[in-house]
Design a protein around this ligand. Structure first.
Ligand SMILES: [Cu+2]
Length: 438
């Protein structure tokens, strides 16, 4: 017998929410299922039923099991958050973190999620991409009364699908999401199909407007975002991700930025996009990519085999999204004569130093060397010191380190390119041999 979604919710009873979309051929809009949604299964166990996901710079929400139900507790509250050393802001998040911890469970689990509101404003929690009963959907005013400050609400539903999803406030979204109220949700399949990844990472993409020197993100900004983040950190505050040679790596991206899509580019590999928050992409429909566009309000999961050792950049390919504060909306100085400008301005602005006549690559370096002051609680537009000089990228930038063997959380240092495999200055003999006039 094939049950419709409506039939399935009608089976709901005794506080146990179940739903089924049948076990026959996969209909066009059905969620990803490896078991019937009515099949009774014990709560999935980490290490036995799934390999836990790693959230770089983040953490996973703990749970306890009460009468076969996985019980979680989200606490919405103000959080002092560091985006990178030198830049902190008062944000809104969950359980002392920005963004909230990753919620992780297994298809078939029944979850009960308490949401306590310690904010000064009402809120709700929406389970983005998840098929839940309408009353559990978390849209303030539509599917539920808002959670007033001091109140604790309870959500309960059965996870009838697997995949990568997100949670976020669905009340005064512009304000609350701009202040950080979001997190990732990973639901592992009950019966995994295909090769399991050796590394499984969750990355939330978001964007912020924080005026240099300000202590709070500005939720009213509509276009000029100046702090772009992976898991609420901007480079050089992002932890590298790691893989051992030939391991299968899965990275789950979710994007809850206010206004921007992010084409995330990975160096050194081609990958497959294997799923969206709508479900897995059939193997026959996948195609190779080196950048994946992650639209606002969507997840994209990629997989590849880490068969190329090295330090590999992974970043948003929008060039203003790999810039930190102060890189935007400034006068075009390219080609200007800094001596002339300094001579003209220094009599009225003591210590003035013209910048940007040959680009912005050295802005962070000048600050690092103490040549230039920046406001307290702000970071240079770009960069950090790398093994071969200054890395002129900030924002939504991190590094994948692939080594012969490596453990989670281990810092392998910088990659040492084998002899003869690193770009270097050309020799006179080479130039002469190949007829190159330098
Ligand atoms: Cu971007």
């Amino acid at each position: 017998m094939t049950l419709s979604r409506r039939d399935a919710f009608r089976l709901t009873g005794a506080g146990l929410l179940v739903a089924s979309l049948g076990t026959g051929a996969r209909a066009m809009s059905s969620p990803a299922q490896t078991i019937s949604a009515t099949e009774s299964v014990p709560p999935g166990e980490p290490g036995k039923d799934y390999r836990p996901v790693v959230t770089p710079n983040g953490t996973t929400l703990p749970f306890r099991i009460v009468d076969g139900v996985k019980v979680f507790h989200l606490i919405a509250e103000e959080v002092d958050h560091e985006f990178a050393p030198g830049l902190n802001a008062r944000c809104w998040g969950y359980n002392g973190r920005v963004h909230g911890p990753t919620i992780e469970a297994v298809e078939g689990d029944i979850v009960r999620i308490y949401a306590t509101n310690r904010l000064p404003a009402p809120t709700t929690v929406h389970w983005h991409g998840m098929i839940v009963p309408s009353g559990m959907d978390g849209v303030g005013g539509l599917s539920q009364h808002v959670i007033e400050p001091g109140e604790t609400f309870v959500y309960q539903f059965r996870l009838i699908q697997h995949g990568t999803f997100m949670y976020h406030s669905h009340h005064d979204e512009m304000t609350q999401m701009a202040l950080g109220m979001m997190g990732m949700i990973v639901v592992h399949p009950r019966k995994p199909e295909g090769p399991l990844p050796d590394r499984d990472y969750a990355m939330m993409l978001s964007e912020w407007k924080i005026e240099p020197g300000a202590k709070r993100p500005d939720p009213n900004e509509m276009s000029d975002f100046n702090v772009l983040t992976f898991n609420a950190r901007c480079f050089p505050g992002t932890d590298p991700i790691v893989a051992a040679l030939d391991e299968r790596v899965r990275i789950r991206f979710g994007n809850l930025s206010a206004m921007d899509h992010h084409p995330i580019h990975l160096h050194g590999f081609a990958f497959d996009v294997t799923e969206t928050d709508g479900g897995p992409i059939p193997a026959t429909a996948r195609f190779p990519e080196t950048s994946v566009l992650v639209p606002v309000g969507a997840t994209r999961t990629i997989e590849f085999v880490a068969d190329n050792p090295g330090d590999w950049a992974m970043h948003c390919h929008m060039t203003h999204h790999v810039m930190n504060q102060m890189g935007h909306g400034i006068p075009n100085m390219i080609g200007a004569d800094p001596q002339l400008i300094n001579a003209a301005v220094r009599p009225v602005v003591d210590g003035f130093m013209a910048m940007g006549h040959d680009g912005m690559g050295d802005h962070g370096m000048h600050i690092g060397m103490g040549h230039m002051d920046i406001p307290e609680n702000s970071i240079p537009m770009v960069g950090a010191n790398g093994p071969k000089g200054y890395i002129t990228m900030g924002g939504m930038f991190t590094i994948l380190k692939v080594r012969k063997s490596i453990q989670d959380g281990e810092d392998p240092g910088w990659y040492k390119a084998p002899e003869g495999t690193e770009a270097r200055i050309a020799t006179e003999a080479e130039l002469a041999r190949d007829g190159i006039e330098a």
